[in-house]
Design a protein around this ligand. Structure first.
Ligand SMILES: [Zn+2]
Length: 64
């Protein structure tokens, strides 16, 4: 899976929150990010609300 913006290879980070599988797809080149919840694309704001309890782990994952 490649970035729609720059064509760079995307990195996927999967989380499980309250029984839902969340996948963040991130481009390390242009910092484009998208989220999927149970396989469906979702808006970032809604995901961040859901992730409020796991934000620390999420940020740590991004630093890798
Ligand atoms: Zn990109």
């Amino acid at each position: 899976m490649d970035c729609q913006g720059c064509g760079n290879e995307l990195v996927e980070i999967a989380l499980t929150v309250d029984g839902h599988e969340l996948t963040m797809t991130s481009c390390s080149e242009c910092d484009t990010r998208s989220w999927r919840r149970d396989g469906e694309f979702v808006e970032l704001d809604g995901v961040l609300t859901d992730l409020s309890t796991t934000r620390t782990r999420y940020r740590r994952s991004l630093a890798n």
